[in-house]
Write a protein that binds this ligand. Structure first.
Ligand code: PRP
Length: 213
């Protein structure tokens, strides 16, 4: 293993907040970091290499050890059990998982209500706990479409500002759980690069704690 720390970053909306947090922790990330289309970015001065992954894939890179560390949403961690350590709640990208649908909608008429979601694991266990039998339909995005075009009676999805639900005439029925981004670590990396990782964790937790005050 090199002494470079490889960090899997989620592309998209979490990226800016995560980069901001690293900068506040004193890591000097070049300005082009934010605009680049490159998928691997090296920052030799900080002995860091970043890989830019789809949020759902971050934990896969960390579990397989090709990234030492990753920033992953709690939603992703709940959906698939991974052999990684979750070491710090970064308290960024706050949102929640909820059940939503059309207000008093007539639905699909199915015996077991159909639930569309990107999170089949979370949705199944939620409805099992509620004692409700449902049929889960897995989608990869634009979940709010499903009740609008008659594919599903309800959805289980992330709510952040609530705009997507509102602009599509959907209402929230139940909140399932709160979500924030977490710092995750590969167990072998934690043993091999403990000093570097401990330093990163303590610098980030100082920022997170400071911001919580
Ligand atoms: C997420 C989520 C909702 C939306 C919620 O989708 O699945 O659709 O954001 O945000 P809001 O409450 O602020 O409107 P995302 O934009 O990640 O894309 P996706 O549809 O591909 O999942």
């Amino acid at each position: 293993m090199s002494n470079m720390l490889t960090i899997a970053m989620p592309k998209g909306r979490i990226f800016d907040e995560a980069a901001d947090l690293l900068r506040k922790a004193g890591y000097k990330l070049p300005p082009e970091f934010d605009e680049s289309r490159k998928l691997i970015l090296e920052v030799p001065a900080e002995k860091m290499r970043f890989i830019l992954a789809k949020p759902m894939d971050v934990a896969t890179y960390v579990e397989h050890g090709v990234a030492d560390i990753g920033i992953a949403g709690k939603d992703v961690m709940l959906e698939e059990e991974r052999d990684v350590y979750e070491v710090l709640d970064l308290k960024i990208s706050e949102c929640y998982l909820a059940v939503a649908g059309l207000p008093g909608g007539s639905g699909t008429g199915a015996v077991a209500p159909k639930v569309a979601t990107k999170y089949p694991g979370v949705a199944s266990s939620y409805f099992r706990e509620q004692g409700e039998q449902v049929e889960i339909i897995k989608l990869n995005g634009s979940i709010e479409l499903a009740p609008l075009i008659g594919l599903a009676d309800r959805i289980v999805d992330i709510v952040s500002t609530g705009r997507t639900l509102k602009e599509n005439g959907l209402v929230e029925f139940e909140k399932i759980c709160s979500i924030t981004s977490r710092l995750i670590v590969n167990p072998v990396s934690y043993r091999m690069k403990d000093e570097q990782i401990d330093e990163l964790v303590s610098r980030l937790s100082a920022v997170v704690e400071g911001e919580a005050l």
